[in-house]
Design a protein around this ligand. Structure first.
Ligand SMILES: Cc1cc2nc3c(=O)[nH]c(=O)nc-3n(C[C@H](O)[C@H](O)[C@H](O)COP(=O)(O)OP(=O)(O)OC[C@H]3O[C@@H](n4cnc5c(N)ncnc54)[C@H](O)[C@@H]3O)c2cc1C
Length: 278
């Protein structure tokens, strides 16, 4: 089996303090020698410049950067220009997404679904980019059914995606079942689990409600029982997420992608517990 691929995701900071904090976070996480750092792209292109700046900073520090690019609400010219900029910067990994239409934005633009973006990237830039796409072991919230979501995931791979990163989840079985279903459909690209460390229960519950990632009832009830005791929540979260990662890696997951929310400590704590090398 090939070596697991580890990566960390950031969002582009809005303030100069945020930029400094993220640089410090990167410094700590770089010690773990990840394959790449990815940088999100705000809905409707709202972070276009800041995503680019963050990517440039990562590149200047000598690390591999993988910008996210969401297509909803964009024109072809816009996306072409962004791809050109990244290509000229020597970026060769990209996370291609549909994104969600920001409230108030009426038009979907030139692309309706991520598979169209993947096809466009391949048509414009050939094999230059390693293209990652999103996948949903617990099913995308807008999908009509698990089956149609799988068909739509396959469309992205058939359009030229090289690998996938999943939405986060806390039930390892949902991941293994999803991977099995993909294999049955002939989809064999690496599907890297997205890992969300647990830091604050209320924030996690809000994210999970929005993106359709399930917090199992027993976890929700346990964390609710801790009330405002954040130390207890974090210690519980560290146990649960470490066990999840152990199961995923021992069950053959090709790596782990950490949603860091721009903090190093929660990912580093899991990393140490897992006994991964630096
Ligand atoms: C790893 C990861 C990173 C992310 N990064 C960002 C980010 O940086 N910025 C951001 O705004 N959002 C990001 N998101 C969130 C993502 O944009 C949302 O989940 C969005 O709702 C779906 O994006 P997608 O690329 O999965 O869409 P798609 O693959 O297009 O799927 C969206 C929905 O449409 C259905 N569908 C897909 N193709 C078709 C088709 N051809 N015909 C009919 N139905 C179809 C699918 O079943 C699904 O329900 C990320 C998500 C993940 C998992």
């Amino acid at each position: 089996m090939s070596k697991p691929v580890f990566s960390f995701e950031f969002f582009p900071p809005q303030t100069s303090e945020g930029v400094e904090r993220l640089a410090a976070t990167r410094k700590q996480l770089a010690l773990l020698k990840p394959a790449f750092f990815s940088v999100t792209f705000g809905a409707g292109g709202s972070t276009r410049e800041r995503t680019l700046e963050t990517v440039q900073q990562i590149k200047a520090e000598g690390y591999t950067a993988a910008p996210h690019l969401s297509c909803i609400g964009s024109t072809r010219e816009n996306v072409r220009a962004i791809l050109e900029t990244y290509r000229n910067l020597g970026i060769n990994r990209i996370v291609a997404l549909r994104g969600d239409l920001p409230s108030g934005m009426a038009t979907t633009g030139a692309f309706q679904y991520a598979n169209e973006l993947v096809s466009f990237i391949r048509a414009q830039t050939g094999d230059h980019f390693h293209i990652e796409v999103a996948s949903y072991p617990e099913i995308h919230p807008q999908a009509k059914s698990a089956g149609s979501d799988l068909v739509n995931f396959k469309r992205k791979v058939d359009a030229g995606a090289n690998s996938a990163i999943t939405q986060y989840f806390y039930n390892a079985d949902s991941y293994f079942r999803f991977v099995d279903e993909c294999h049955k459909q002939g989809v064999t690209v690496p599907i890297v689990p997205g890992i969300m460390p647990i830091v604050k229960f209320t924030q996690l519950a809000r994210f999970s409600d929005a993106c359709g990632a399930e917090i199992p009832r027993w976890m929700r009830k346990t964390m609710e029982g801790f009330g405002d005791d954040n130390d207890a929540i974090q210690s519980f979260g560290l146990d649960v997420v470490t066990r999840l990662c152990e199961r995923l890696l021992s069950g053959g997951a090709p790596g782990l992608h950490f949603y860091t929310l721009n903090h190093a400590a929660p990912s580093v704590a899991i990393w140490k517990r897992l006994g991964l090398s630096t």
